[in-house]
Design a protein around this ligand. Sequence first.
Ligand code: ADP
Ligand code: MP5
Length: 266
Amino acid sequence: MKLAKAMTVAGSDSGGGAGIQADLKTFQELNAYGTSVVTALTAQNTLGVHGVYPQSAACVEAQLDAVLADIGVDAAKTGMLFSAEIIALTADKLKQYGVKQLVVDPVMIAKGGAPLLQRDAVQALKERLLPIATLVTPNIPEACHLLGRDQIHDVEQMREASCRLLELGAKAVLLKGGHLEGETAVDLFYDGHSFIELAHPRIHTLHTHGTGCTLSAAITAELAKGASLEAAVRTGKAFISAAIAHAVGVGKGIGPTCHAAYRLYR
Ligand SMILES: Nc1ncnc2c1ncn2[C@@H]1O[C@H](COP(=O)(O)OP(=O)(O)O)[C@@H](O)[C@H]1O
Ligand SMILES: Cc1ncc(COP(=O)(O)O)c(N)n1
């Protein structure tokens, strides 16, 4: 059987719940071989982000070359990219090596409020990365930021926002509804042809650290294995729902989800 290879370009979370660590655990759980390009180190735990230490452009470029020139990838994802410079060089390298499947999780602000992307980098995200993305996976605040609007209140407004988001250049959009209120966590998938609502009963838990990272990593692993985009997104939703339902609750604050839950409790 051919080994599926998945790469993450993201920040390191010392607490192990989000970023590179969440991505690699998720790739492993879904039987994809994981590689990583670290854009920034964060000193982080369940109580928040205590420090952000971006890597130099030369360092990020060297990691991208090392992985792509030798090992290669079947699908890649991006998470915390921190600066316009890192975004531009990541886009250039993905194009140079002909990476065909790219999931862009437009990480901007950590759940606790710490900025993970510089303000002036949002434009670079739109201009350089979205046009080469197979899928973009914003949460509600990120979608508002990308579109320059104040709020998205319900699924109807999510539909309309998805159409606008698709115009930014990605082949498809998964607009995540975790930040909305209500008894159901609804994500909306739109590929320009049809809308698919992915719904799961809202799980009453504090522990949702790294949910967006984990979801986009699961989708990337499935794409690397050859799944269709729709199938990959459906598996991603099942994976993150199980992970939240069985959250491990380490630390004193907002804890990580259980990356092994999809395998253990399905
Ligand atoms: N309490 C919850 N119960 C069930 N699913 C949730 C819950 N919170 C978030 N999700 C799901 O987790 C995924 C990531 O959600 P979201 O919080 O919107 O993004 P982010 O982690 O990027 O802020 C989505 O599939 C969302 O529907
Ligand atoms: C390195 C890194 N990447 C991404 C997130 C977003 O995760 P969350 O939205 O759960 O704070 C994070 N906190 N840290």
